[in-house]
Ligand binder design. Structure first.
Ligand code: ATP
Ligand code: MG
Length: 331
């Protein structure tokens, strides 16, 4: 960030309150819901209902938490909505949350040495954090469930009082929070405090239905191989969608498959065959699925080998499903 755009402390102390529900609603009404849906569809497909759930929240000043399994489009979705509504330049401030994040990483801090030497209004005397910089826009907290309780408390204060306190200075901040998180049963995450959770509208993202998933897989994997003049066989996409259906309803899995890993399995299977100057086969796809998805899914497996065997077996079941439904295929 350029030094000239870093706000000085004196300016921040004079900030006036902003009515974020009007700011957001004006942007939605100006663009129109069809244009917003159309813009988001350029990167994500099949999420119109979820987008409307999010918009209806933020238009009344409600903060929103998008919850869903790994690699299902949560981050892309909130970024795309914030980008489309374009509340400022940049249109949103994003933080990749982690468990060691301190409250001052969120609020910002005063550098005492610079402040003493050059005064509080020296551009480096005060380094504003994301909670301050998000004033008037969206604040995206990606993977908010990784925030430890201390940082959660700093965030709560900003949401509750619209002020943050930095070494006694009180700074106004109004923003709309768009957060993402995995479900609570995933490991390596903190539960959100009740007070914080109460301030968030939860919108759930789930695996898309088969036809939507097939469209997404075909579109995104083709995007990755089109520069090599390669295409993605529809049989591969069908098998992958069937594999999703099988895995996502298997109670043995604590963490299911990700759309991201499916897209990469499809595209790397095809590229791999290109390197060997041959047509891709379903066996290439199987190999890539075991490689790419093995690191994502989690369940009661005693070893990596057992997990690989599980995936291979489920993949064979998915092939059978495709065969039954009449997809043309080639070994
Ligand atoms: N409905 C969809 N339409 C198009 N692409 C999708 C869809 N769902 C997921 N993807 C693709 O899957 C990939 C993963 O998306 P993203 O990183 O936003 O997921 P996430 O849920 O935030 O993942 P994580 O849990 O790992 O943070 C992206 O490449 C995205 O484009
Ligand atoms: Mg994400």
């Amino acid at each position: 960030m350029e030094l000239s755009v870093v706000p000085r402390l004196a300016e921040l102390l004079k900030r006036s309150p902003l009515d974020m529900k009007s700011v957001v609603s004006d942007a939605v009404m100006r663009l129109g819901v069809d244009r917003i849906l159309g813009e988001v569809r350029k990167t994500l497909f099949g999420l119109d209902d979820v987008i409307k759930d999010i918009l209806s929240g933020v238009m009344v000043g409600r903060h929103v938490l998008v919850v869903g399994p790994v690699g299902i489009g949560k981050t892309t979705l909130v970024e795309s909505i914030a980008e489309t509504l374009g509340l400022g330049d940049p249109p949103y401030i994003e933080v990749a949350c982690h468990s060691h994040m301190t409250a001052t990483e969120l609020t910002g801090d005063i550098d005492i040495a610079v402040a003493l030497q050059s005064g509080l209004d020296h551009p480096l005397a005060f380094v504003p954090g994301p909670l301050v910089m998000a004033h008037g826009k969206f604040l995206i907290l990606d993977e908010i469930n990784r925030l430890n309780p201390y940082s959660q408390a700093a965030l709560l204060q900003a949401l509750q009082e619209h002020y943050i306190y930095i070494r006694g200075f009180r700074i106004r901040t109004d923003f709309i929070l768009l957060a993402t998180s995995n479900p609570v049963e995933y490991s390596g995450v903190y539960e959100l405090s009740e007070a914080l959770a109460d301030r968030l509208k939860v919108v759930e993202l789930d695996y898309p239905e088969k036809e939507v998933l097939k469209f997404v897989l075909q579109w995104k994997s083709k995007e990755l191989v089109s520069h090599l003049a390669l295409s993605v066989p529809s049989l591969f996409v069908d098998v992958m969608a069937n594999l999703f259906a099988i895995l996502s309803r298997d109670v043995k899995l604590e963490v299911g498959p990700s759309i991201r890993s499916a897209i990469y399995s499809l595209s790397t299977a095809i590229t791999r065959a290109l390197l060997e100057k041959r047509e891709p086969s379903i066996a290439d796809l199987k190999r890539e699925v075991v490689n790419n998805m093995g690191s994502v899914i989690r369940g009661t497996f005693s070893s990596d080998r057992e997990k690989a065997e599980y995936l291979a077996k489920k993949f064979d079941e998915a092939i059978l499903m495709s065969r039954k439904s009449g997809e043309q295929w080639k070994r």
